[in-house]
Write a protein that binds this ligand. Structure first.
Ligand SMILES: *Cc1c(COP(=O)(O)O)cnc(C)c1O
Length: 432
């Protein structure tokens, strides 16, 4: 499969190149030159296949010959090491739990898959490549865990100081080894801008080859399709059409779901649920794409004002706003609404949601109220224990603390502090 840059459709590269480069030299995101189709026969008999084979069949056309079958099998087996259960919450409403992985947020799948691909592509190189990544919270931990001890790969993670949860911070600052955390005095959007500047800096790249592990990287973005395929596999027997609500920040996850739908997965409608960083809901409302400065919320992994992957969603619909609106609805919710939903769902259904999942739940309920007659799934993207400090007090004592978390609390944070200034980042990268 070839991938072209969204800035210049004439510029195209292989999967391998797209993974190694992350972003195209002209700052465009890479987009597949063709959208493969799921065969009807395969789609209708998903329950006869095992998840590893399904995953391979779905992603293989996006990779082509760049990774041999046996290697791809290994990468997928090392990625899908935990379940993605569909948990009934209330009538016609299910939570797709994506938090059973090593860092307890859905980004584990993309991070491990990408680490496998990059490790394979770099297997004969002596010069290490640096994975440079900005995190609004969960990417950092997932990438640190996914790439920890991968030979030939160094990882540098930028995170906004004081704007990630304590546990998220521990997950990205305590591994050591080939993982370094840079603590930036600024917002996630500052971190993301610094990373983008670094990619465009030829002098820096000549000295220290860089790649990205944000969802702008196709190897992190595309495997997220698996969740939707697995959810559909579970829900196939439902009589009603399925709608899926995705708590969205940088819009990588929902964009992967919409890609699966473009391949032929029968999802009736998508709902993008955001917190008050609501650039996309406003855009779908009035047609103007106008990012405001990012605002800190309790669903911090979604505090993104200018979501990179939205450009991919627009491309999927050939910039046709009308077609896009027929498949996608977006709503925004405040922290107060989010907390109220967490409390209500726990009280009425004894189901504990994290703040991100709660935003997804709210989006689903709002859509289903206005468009009755569907079965709804919302993505529960993180384990509630990751956000203990921001949980309503009434719920804190209900959160069970998984083993992975208990183990982290005793570890020492190690970070390099830095201003939100690209020149400082460059100097540090050139020297260390
Ligand atoms: C990253 C993240 C999101 C947002 O996902 P995007 O792909 O950036 O839209 C939602 N919830 C959690 C818990 C996350 O870590």
């Amino acid at each position: 499969m070839q991938y072209y840059s969204l800035q210049n459709h004439q510029h195209s590269v292989s999967f391998r190149e797209a993974v190694i480069q992350g972003l195209a030299p002209d700052k465009g995101l890479y987009f597949p030159a063709a959208i493969p189709k799921l065969e009807k026969n395969f789609r209708e008999r998903l329950d006869e296949h095992d998840p590893l084979n399904i995953a391979r069949a779905v992603i293989q056309p996006f990779i082509g010959d760049d990774i041999p079958e046996q290697e791809l099998k290994k990468i997928i087996a090392a990625t899908l090491t935990f379940p993605f259960p569909l948990h009934p919450v209330e009538e016609n409403v299910y939570a797709l739990e994506l938090f059973h992985g090593p860092t307890m947020a859905f980004k584990d799948v993309g991070a491990h898959f990408m680490a496998g691909c990059l490790g394979y592509f770099r297997r004969h190189e002596d010069k290490p490549v640096t994975v440079l990544v900005a995190t609004s919270g969960d990417t950092g931990g997932a990438v640190a865990h996914g790439f920890y001890n991968v030979p030939g790969v160094e990882v540098v993670i930028l995170y906004p100081s004081g704007k990630v949860s304590e546990l998220q911070e521990k997950q990205l600052t305590t591994l050591g080894g080939n993982i370094t955390a840079l603590e930036i005095s600024g917002t996630f959007d500052d971190c993301q801008r610094m990373v983008k500047d670094a990619f465009l800096d030829e002098a820096l790249q000549a000295r220290r080859p860089l790649t990205s592990a944000n969802s702008i990287n196709v190897a992190r973005w595309l495997p997220q399709m698996f969740y939707y395929i697995f959810a559909y596999r579970e829900s196939k027997q439902w009589k009603k059409e399925t709608v899926i609500s995705v708590p969205s920040g940088n819009f990588g996850n929902i964009c992967a779901g919409m890609m699966a739908a473009a391949m032929g997965l029968p999802i009736h409608h998508f709902i993008a649920a955001t917190n008050v960083n609501d650039t996309v809901p406003r855009y779908l409302e009035n047609g103007a794409y106008e990012p405001n400065p990012a605002v800190a919320t309790i669903s911090n992994a979604m505090d993104v004002a200018d979501p990179s992957n939205f450009a991919r969603i627009l491309q999927m619909f050939a910039q046709n706003e009308r077609a896009l609106k027929a498949s996608l609805t977006a709503y925004r919710f405040t922290d107060e609404e989010t907390v109220a939903a967490m409390e209500k769902v726990y009280k009425e259904h004894q189901y504990l949601m994290d703040p991100h999942g709660a935003v997804g739940y709210l989006g689903l309920k709002k859509y289903m109220q206005r468009h009755p007659g569907h079965t709804g799934i919302f993505l529960e993207t993180a384990h509630p224990s990751k956000f203990l400090n921001t949980m309503p007090e009434s719920l804190q004592s209900q959160v069970s603390i998984p083993e992975q978390v208990q183990e982290l609390s005793g570890r020492q944070k190690v970070s390099v502090k830095m201003e939100a200034d690209y020149e400082q980042l460059k100097e540090w990268l050139m020297q260390s």
